[in-house]
Design a protein around this ligand. Structure first.
Ligand SMILES: [Cu+2]
Length: 174
């Protein structure tokens, strides 16, 4: 009785091994294909996902880490079309007002409130903080690295300290 069980067991194992050996080559190819597909998927996820929807957060500040007063934490934001920029009221009393853009964008946020814009048209967007536009509180958003409306932005309104700042920001783009 014991012998029979062992014999059946051995037979079972060896036949299983035989069928595996028969399928060995295609099994290896199958596993390799699955692995390649997985790696390809991982690569695509790594490089494509960030470009699909990236978010930039800019703080509105009374004072930054360097001691600059009335500033946006990021004065030039380089983004891709479809990306969203969110301005957060880290300090109170600030807003975002678009002054010049490639598509005539009208936008003015409420003071001390978070504001978000999703940019779809390539080009340079120039904005200021309405209460501090004369104190150099301005910023640029550049979509898809498109600088073709740079001259229009240079001609746009700038008050007080912002005149120099706007020139410097635009100069740093080229
Ligand atoms: Cu402000």
């Amino acid at each position: 009785m014991r012998r029979i069980v062992r014999w059946v067991g051995t037979r079972h194992v060896s036949s299983h091994y035989a069928s595996f050996a028969l399928l060995g080559n295609s099994a290896v190819i199958f596993v390799r294909n699955m692995f390649m597909k997985f790696m390809l998927g991982a690569l695509i996820a790594l490089f494509v996902t960030p470009a699909i929807a990236a978010d930039t957060t800019i703080e509105m500040l009374n004072k930054d880490a360097d001691g600059n007063k009335m500033v946006y934490s990021q004065e030039i934001a380089m983004i891709e079309s479809g990306d969203t920029v969110t301005w957060v009221p880290s300090s109170k009393g600030h807003n975002v007002e678009i002054i010049a853009s490639p598509n005539g964008m009208k936008f003015k946020s409420k003071n001390s409130k978070e504001a978000a814009i999703t940019f779809d048209t390539p080009g340079i967007y120039y904005y200021w903080c309405t209460p501090h536009k004369g104190m150099g509180m301005i910023g640029l958003v550049v979509v898809d690295g498109d600088l073709s409306n740079k001259d229009d932005i240079a001609k746009a309104k700038a008050m007080g300290k912002s005149k120099k700042k706007l020139k410097a920001l635009l100069a740093s783009l080229s």
